[in-house]
Design a protein around this ligand. Structure first.
Ligand SMILES: [Zn+2]
Ligand SMILES: [Zn+2]
Length: 201
């Protein structure tokens, strides 16, 4: 376990969707063993949403008729998956949430989603009911994932004014925005804070 993170990129250096997926998948694989999730990650697909503005992550599952949380599904008797397993579900990660949350909060969200995957693979259904609450407590995950705020910083192209990036945390791009160039116009970046909008929507 000591060299568990050897090949894992630092969370703070993630820059692409692929890196976010790779990092999150690697974390989940460690979490499955350390928290004893009854989850088969082989049956989990991954994507990154750049459009999700409120949900940090979501597990998208196919609808399986006649299922309910707490009632185990005999997958072999249903021809929905291969090898008598649950059908695949998709872990959809929000890029904006990744930017908004620090590593600890991000991993707690992944554990929350793993509880959904665990329920789905066992029951063919998942919810936020009392069984979910007990399980979330046991794996130190929130029952409700907080919605993430509007970005604190908005970086725009100094030439054409289009939005280039959003940042939720202070970072090098924010501190030294004028040192960067926009891809659209090769112009410097303007950085403004979004502080006055404390209660968006
Ligand atoms: Zn949930
Ligand atoms: Zn531009």
């Amino acid at each position: 376990m000591a060299h568990d993170d050897e090949n894992t990129q630092e969370f703070e250096t993630i820059q692409t969707h692929e890196e976010l997926i790779r990092w999150s998948r690697a974390y989940c694989s460690r979490a499955v063993s350390s928290y004893d999730f009854a989850v088969s990650l082989r049956l989990v697909r991954w994507d990154v949403s750049t459009r999700a503005k409120r949900r940090a992550a979501a597990v998208k599952t196919p609808t399986v008729d006649g299922t309910t949380v707490g009632k185990r599904v005999d997958w072999a008797s249903r021809s929905v998956g291969d090898d008598a397993t649950a059908p695949p579900c998709t872990m959809s990660l929000s890029w904006r949430a990744f930017e908004a949350f620090d590593r600890d909060e991000w991993t707690s969200i992944l554990r929350h989603e793993l509880v959904h995957v665990e329920q789905f693979q066992a029951f063919g259904a998942t919810d936020h009911g009392s069984a979910f609450k007990r399980r979330a407590d046991a794996v130190n995950a929130p029952v409700r994932v907080r919605r993430f705020a509007e970005p604190k910083y908005i970086l725009t192209c100094a030439d054409c004014g289009s939005d280039i990036a959003y940042r939720y945390r202070d970072c090098k791009l924010v501190r030294e925005s004028s040192a960067y160039r926009s891809a659209c116009c090769e112009a410097s970046l303007d950085c403004r804070t979004n502080d006055e909008k404390t209660n968006p929507r």
